[in-house]
Design a protein around this ligand. Structure first.
Ligand code: DON
Length: 319
């Protein structure tokens, strides 16, 4: 066992092999039309479904790409990872464990039943109730200060300035009554301490931050690299904080399909209904993939297939 794990740590792939893995994944899945765009946020239904891009960033800062990697799309639930990072950085993991919990609910990401079952506890930070509560834990004296911390840490993870896709924010803000209800219910159970409407609004804005596949890969690579951005070399969070974030990703990153995902790839990952998925090979690389068509659980079909392919090609499944 020790030998196998040592090999995994040291196994090296050439830049040509890594690029070939991405090219093969792109070619193999580019014609897959399974699934459908999300439409419950109306503007997501308008994104061209054919778009498909994959990017990989290694912990030594090399960037690989295939397909539509300059297309901006909204982070959606992938944002939850980086807001959690901010809260762990400011308040520690224990505050998250005590107020929200870190176990998977096993229910869909916007389940109200899950809140009722546990009276607002045991909601992990990646389902909407736990995520809105996580956003409410970011410290700041007003909305502006809270927002600047959230976008600030996203920028540090990405190594570049990200901006909100205003049309996505407006589309979701006009149709997010279910999340507003979730926010209020989490307030009623004492898991959100003040102003649940503001927490839901900030959460909606964080979901609307625009990224491309390269941005996502850089963000994932920062986690893979112990919390330090491998391109800018900025230490964003500590290695221990990065481990905590990745552990929650492994538990609940793909919602009720997290177990299936872990069996296929062994990697911590997170999806968003905008079509993005990130995955991390700790100590080696981060991947970001994007394609708008989703499966029943709300996870991008082609992004999952591409990441699974690259993971296998680069022998990155630790199990
Ligand atoms: O709150 C929502 O429903 C969306 N802003 C985000 C949900 C999401 O991305 C779930 N992901 N697969």
């Amino acid at each position: 066992f020790a030998d196998t794990s040592a090999n995994l740590q040291t196994e090296k792939f050439s830049p040509q092999q890594i690029q070939a893995a991405l090219n093969e994944a792109y070619a193999k899945f580019k014609d897959d039309r399974t699934g459908a765009n999300a439409t419950y946020i109306p503007i997501l239904g308008k994104m061209p479904s054919e778009l498909f891009g994959i990017s990989l960033v290694t912990v030594d800062g090399h960037v690989y790409t295939a397909g539509d990697v300059d297309q901006k799309f909204s982070m959606q639930s992938i944002s939850k990872v980086f807001t959690l990072a901010q809260v762990i950085k400011e308040s520690g993991l224990k505050a998250v464990e005590d107020n929200i919990g870190v176990d998977a609910t096993g229910d869909v990401f916007n389940s109200i039943e899950a809140i009722e079952t546990h009276k607002g506890k045991e909601m992990n930070p990646f389902v909407n109730p736990g995520a809105i509560a996580t956003t409410s834990m970011v410290q700041g004296k007003n909305r502006e200060e809270i927002w600047s911390k959230i976008i600030g840490i996203y920028n540090d993870f990405a190594g570049t300035k990200l901006t909100v896709l205003d049309e996505v924010y407006k589309s979701e803000a006009a149709t997010n009554q279910r999340n507003q209800a979730i926010g209020k219910l989490m307030f009623a159970y004492g898991r959100i301490k003040e102003d649940p409407d503001r927490a839901t609004d900030i959460y909606t804005e964080q979901c609307s931050v625009g990224v491309d596949a390269k941005n996502l890969a850089a963000m994932a690579a920062t986690l893979a690299n112990g919390g330090t951005n491998p391109v800018t070399h900025k230490a964003v969070i500590t290695a221990e904080q990065a481990e905590n974030v990745m552990a929650v990703m492994a538990t609940a990153g793909l919602y009720d399909d997290s177990g299936k995902w872990l069996v296929k790839t062994g990697l911590p990952a997170k999806s968003g209904v905008g079509g993005g998925v990130i995955a991390i090979s700790p100590g080696r690389f981060g991947i970001g993939a994007f394609s708008p068509r989703l499966d029943e659980a709300g996870n991008s079909v082609r992004a999952q297939l591409a990441i699974e392919y690259v993971t296998n090609a680069l022998h990155a499944n630790p199990y």
